[in-house]
Design a protein around this ligand. Structure first.
Ligand SMILES: [Zn+2]
Length: 342
């Protein structure tokens, strides 16, 4: 066990479990225990540590649940907001030890494919980066991080797949699934409309914006999906947001607007860069995120820039052409002369 666990109850019968992560930039993830007798449910379950330490992180899961006065076997259902390692990593071990069902969104198969076939994922990403201007010798360094199997205890499939808008009764509350793709294609939130709670996974976080990645062959327009999902949450106007990282916070609608504005500004910055001459995604990434990133940061930055570029291209704001060497470049779409001169 690595953390001191205590009882945190942001709403009656809703417990926040804080679990450790082995990443310096992101060292905690939240899971939520929803008390409800035979319907007692855990939402997300933390990461699986690739080393033996504390039974791969299990000791923290057990202790965090114990601090709420419950045992693992009291949990009858595990809902996972999305398949990233910090939310899904321990799922296979958890459902086995708790003897419970796993619920996830029905698009999860696409997301789990990255664990099933890391080499395929890596080679697609290699090709994507190459044709977007990344130097061949850099590409291998960047795709190195694509194998995350060491951080999941197993590839467990959901017993129940939801599509969003289904309801589930847990204790005194009725929770509604809310489909919120963007950060991950199969991301779901859970809303208790009766008292304005929203378990937001990574979709809406208090101090950081979730990574929006573009991978060809997976999500077509992840930033478009994400912005739509922010609208959905803004309309829900939650009273208290229970996020996947950080502390619960109020004014969720305002936070959704702030995050949308952040992406608007980034889209504007890209339009500015490609206003007068074409640029590769690699060059756009350098201009937006700088040239001093570590490899892992730069891989994320490229994915993020590509998601924004994709968004603009799909809406006809920028056009893509191919150089003689096969590299794609992007330029602002020419409109009426007047527009160009403004
Ligand atoms: Zn996360």
């Amino acid at each position: 066990m690595r953390l001191e666990h205590r009882r945190r109850e942001p709403a009656p019968g809703v417990f926040r479990l804080v679990l450790p992560l082995p990443f310096p930039g992101l060292d905690r993830v939240n899971a939520y225990l929803l008390a409800g007798g035979i319907d007692t449910t855990l939402v997300d379950c933390g990461i699986y540590y690739p080393d033996e330490e504390d039974d791969h992180g299990w000791a923290d899961v057990e202790a965090a649940i114990g601090a709420c006065g419950m045992a693992v076997t009291d949990i009858k259902r595990l809902i996972v907001t999305h398949s990233h390692i910090d939310h899904y990593g321990m799922a296979a071990t958890f459902v086995e030890r708790a003897g419970c069902d796993l619920w996830m969104h029905d698009a999860v198969d696409d997301d789990l494919a990255a664990y099933r076939d890391p080499e395929g994922t890596r080679s697609r990403l290699r090709e994507l980066f190459r044709e977007h201007g990344v130097e061949p010798e850099e590409v291998d360094e960047l795709v190195r991080f694509e194998d995350w199997r060491g951080f999941v205890s197993g590839l467990v499939e959901p017993d129940v797949k939801v599509s969003g808008s289904e309801e589930v009764e847990i204790g005194p509350r009725t929770w509604q699934f809310v489909y919120t793709p963007g950060h991950s294609r199969s991301h779901i939130c859970l809303a208790s409309l009766g008292d304005g709670l929203l378990i937001s996974g990574d979709h809406l976080l208090p101090t950081i914006t979730p990574h929006i990645d573009y991978r060809r062959g997976a999500e077509d327009d992840p930033l478009g999906d994400f912005l739509k999902s922010l609208d959905v949450v803004e309309k829900l106007d939650p009273r208290l947001v229970l996020p996947g990282h950080g502390r619960p916070f109020e004014e969720g609608a305002e936070r959704a607007r702030i995050v949308a504005r952040h992406h608007d500004r980034r889209l504007g910055a890209i339009l500015q860069i490609v206003r007068h001459e074409p640029h590769t995604a690699d060059e756009i990434t350098d201009q937006i995120f700088g040239t001093t990133l570590l490899n892992f940061e730069r891989r994320l930055a490229l994915g993020e820039a590509l998601a924004h570029i994709r968004y603009l291209a799909r809406r006809g704001e920028i056009v893509r052409t191919q150089r003689d060497d096969g590299t794609f470049v992007y330029q602002k779409a020419s409109r009426r002369r007047r527009d160009e001169d403004d």
